[in-house]
Write a new protein. Structure first.
Length: 186
């Protein structure tokens, strides 16, 4: 008898809360943790070590959360903040994510970052980069915990130093081996 088809979303981005790094990073890095700040025009950016990204802010953070919406208001200084732009709720709430998956007939999703994709090119300190990855990965496990069979976390592995990357890959796999890398073909 044939098994029913499984549908897996292999590009399931989430919208991380801006304070996750300060909450989850080790204490020795807390004052340097990634955070959302504003430039002198009121546009938000994800700071790396307290500095704006090399490409400038451009108001793009809130636009990341503007899925399915007109992004023009998100590019106006001060009009829409990241924390107010988070739509749809399935992007930042695991229970809502599963409801969306049910409605769309998706059995599992590989959970990827959004903000987490834009900072590493601005980081020059390999140990600091690894600490930010550990913070994100720890938060991601907590995010996926309510639905471990459906929400599959994809670890963010630091790339500035091979040894740091290997250590985080091993830590992430050991911290929850069933989740990190558990999707197998049926």
């Amino acid at each position: 008898m044939d098994k029913p088809a499984r549908y897996i979303d292999v590009d399931g981005h989430i919208l991380e809360p801006g304070g996750l790094w300060k909450e989850y990073i080790e204490p020795e890095y807390r004052d340097r943790a990634l955070q959302i700040l504003e430039d002198d025009q009121g546009l938000e950016y994800l700071s790396v070590d307290g500095k704006p990204p090399f490409y400038g802010s451009g108001g793009t953070l809130a636009a990341l959360g503007a899925i399915g919406q007109d992004v023009r208001p998100f590019r106006e200084p001060g009009r829409v903040k990241w924390k107010n732009s988070l739509r749809p709720r399935g992007g930042y709430d695991p229970n809502e994510r599963v409801k969306v998956m049910d409605a769309e007939g998706i059995d599992q999703t590989l959970v990827y970052p959004s903000l987490g994709l834009i900072w590493e090119g601005d980081c020059r300190d390999a140990k600091f980069a690894a600490a930010n990855c550990r913070a994100y990965n720890s938060w991601l496990l907590d995010f996926c915990k309510p639905h471990p069979e459906r929400l599959i976390p994809v670890a963010h592995i630091p790339t500035l130093d091979v040894e740091e990357g290997v250590m985080e890959l091993r830590r992430a796999a050991a911290s929850h081996p069933k989740e990190f890398g558990s999707v197998e073909p049926s």
